[in-house]
Design a protein around this ligand. Structure first.
Ligand code: B1M
Length: 223
């Protein structure tokens, strides 16, 4: 792997946001995810490569270390902040510049769930695919999704869940949406979600990654 990509990986793994951030002490006065990502783009490394090899794989390692009790919530949070700092630089490269005329996509992380990195990536890629994206953020209750669909009758809804416990809330959100708006498509995703689960809760499409959601939307809901 390119040395700069390795450094981005380490800055996210260790939660080093930028040069001035004091955490972690062993990386004091070193560049963080912010500067390193900017530098990688300047050197011509492809944004997708930075995203896949430097950023997403680092978050996977963070998750594994958390499972093994090698790190705890505060470190996980610092990694998420470093990831978001890097993401700000990557985002413009995924904007197609097309007018957002393909339709409206409403996305949020379901009630009780505060994870937003995957959801932000999906939002970014779908916006880049030419859709107007309304991002409702995290911990979004079913009533909120319903009220925003009410304002955008032809919209498609995307739900993200990262916790096995909040999959129940995803199920309720899909049920409430389908009761009120049976014709609006609902796409679901997130680490614990599967296609089998999608079938059980009556959502229209499951994608394990952002590109699958983009392809489904842009192919006119086939996939
Ligand atoms: Co949390 N967390 N976390 N966490 N966290 C996980 C999810 C966990 C798997 C870690 C572990 O144990 N190994 C575990 C869940 C276990 C489970 O339920 N099975 C866990 C836990 C337990 C918790 C807490 C309960 C910890 C605690 O407090 N004791 C707590 C819950 C808080 C809450 O939500 N109520 C908690 C808190 C946090 C932080 C706040 C510290 C932080 C989140 C910060 C943030 O998001 N702003 C955090 C983080 C960073 C993680 C891990 C390490 C990384 C998640 C991530 O960003 N991954 C995570 C471990 C892991 O997943 N490896 C973990 C990178 C991201 C790009 O991937 O989100 O999967 P992901 O998104 C992917 C796909 O899933 C897909 O596309 C993305 C790109 O490929 N996708 C979609 C996602 N949404 C989609 C929607 C679509 C389509 C595709 O269509 C609409």
């Amino acid at each position: 792997m390119d040395d700069l990509l390795k450094q981005i990986f380490t800055s996210i793994e260790k939660g080093k946001i930028n040069r001035t951030s004091p955490f972690p002490p062993e990386l004091k006065d070193k560049d963080g995810a912010d500067e390193l990502t900017r530098q990688a783009l300047k050197e011509g490394i492809h944004p997708s490569e930075i995203l896949e090899s430097g950023m997403i794989s680092a978050m996977e390692l963070v998750g594994k270390k958390f499972s093994r009790n090698e790190i705890f919530v505060p470190q996980m949070l610092m990694s998420a902040k470093a990831m978001n700092a890097a993401l700000q630089h990557i985002k413009p490269y995924f904007d197609s510049g097309e007018a957002k005329r393909k339709g409206v996509f409403i996305i949020g992380t379901v009630a009780g769930d505060l994870h937003d990195i995957g959801k932000n990536l999906v939002a970014m890629m779908i916006e880049g695919g030419g859709w107007e994206v309304i991002d409702l953020g995290v911990d979004v209750k079913p009533e909120k999704f319903i009220s925003v669909v009410n304002e955008h009758p032809a919209s498609v809804v995307g739900l993200s869940a990262l916790l096995t416990t909040t999959m129940e809330n995803m199920k309720k959100t899909v049920a409430d949406l389908k009761t009120t708006y049976p014709d609006n498509r609902v796409i679901i995703g997130g680490a614990p979600v599967t296609d089998d689960f999608r079938r059980k809760i009556g959502a229209d499409f499951y994608s394990p990654d952002p590109q699958g959601a983009v392809d489904y939307l842009n192919a006119g809901f086939t996939g």
